[in-house]
Design a protein around this ligand. Structure first.
Ligand code: URA
Length: 237
């Protein structure tokens, strides 16, 4: 993907180095070097692929797009900032200021979270029109009724605000199942299961389209997506 020339202050802002004015101060103090020459004007445009930018003598790693897989543990909220609660951003190894979450998970839900600054990809994965599958593993407080899978397949009426698109429920035991949905409405899986008389005791997202949770990360672990994973997401649906 082509990377355009970008202003030094813009680039450093995206990496989380500081605000525009803070970066201006850094430049004034001679803390920024471009190809080993001190740069006092942070509005200078550079090519991040070929130019070497250093802040306080340390090379600034930058790529236009970043794609991070997080195995979200329970107890963290899917938000970029929060005054009271721990956010998933605290778990990842990136200070970038332009990251968003592709499909939030509730605080008590675990599993696959994709965090990226590729807005177009987020839109594609979440658009109900695209029908990108999201697969969840769930456990319930009571036995899953025998007709639940049929009701889900027909598109279940959850409440006045939500009639779910047809979904696939694969019952695994009396109290556990895999549910594949194509949407991501607020508390969607909980509301769908409630509509067949079950409260959830556990919920975990296993996949989004072709992107499958890397279980080896363990809860709280994260890594960058591989080129193959990024490519598969770009070409799904
Ligand atoms: N559906 C829910 O109810 N909760 C989630 O976290 C994700 C999907």
């Amino acid at each position: 993907m082509a990377v355009d020339r970008i202003r030094i202050d813009q680039l450093l802002g995206k990496t989380g180095a500081g605000s525009r004015s803070q970066i201006r101060q850094m430049a004034k103090k001679g803390r920024i070097m471009l190809n080993n020459v001190v740069i006092n004007d942070p509005s200078v445009k550079i090519d991040p692929k070929t130019d070497e930018l250093k802040l306080d003598g340390v090379r600034v790693a930058y790529s236009e797009y970043e794609y991070i897989m997080l195995y979200k543990p329970a107890g963290y909220i899917s938000a970029t900032e929060d005054r009271k609660q721990k956010t998933v951003m605290e778990l990842i190894d990136s200070a970038r200021s332009d990251l968003s979450i592709a499909g939030r998970l509730d605080i008590d839900t675990e599993g696959l979270l994709l965090i990226t600054n590729d807005g177009e990809m987020i839109h594609r994965l979440l658009s109900p029109k695209r029908h990108v599958d999201k697969v969840y593993y769930l456990e319930t407080d009571v036995k899953i009724p025998d007709d639940a899978a049929q009701k889900m397949a027909e598109g279940i009426v959850c409440d006045e605000e939500l009639t779910a698109l047809p979904a696939r429920l694969k019952v695994q035991s009396e109290n556990s199942a895999l549910l594949t949905i194509h949407e991501g409405k607020f508390h969607q899986v909980k509301r769908m299961m409630k509509a067949v008389g079950c409260d959830l005791t556990y919920l975990k997202r296993l996949s989004i389209g072709p992107l499958v949770l890397d279980e080896s990360l363990g809860a709280g672990g994260s890594r960058n997506l591989t080129e193959e994973e990024i490519d598969a997401l770009r070409h799904c649906n």
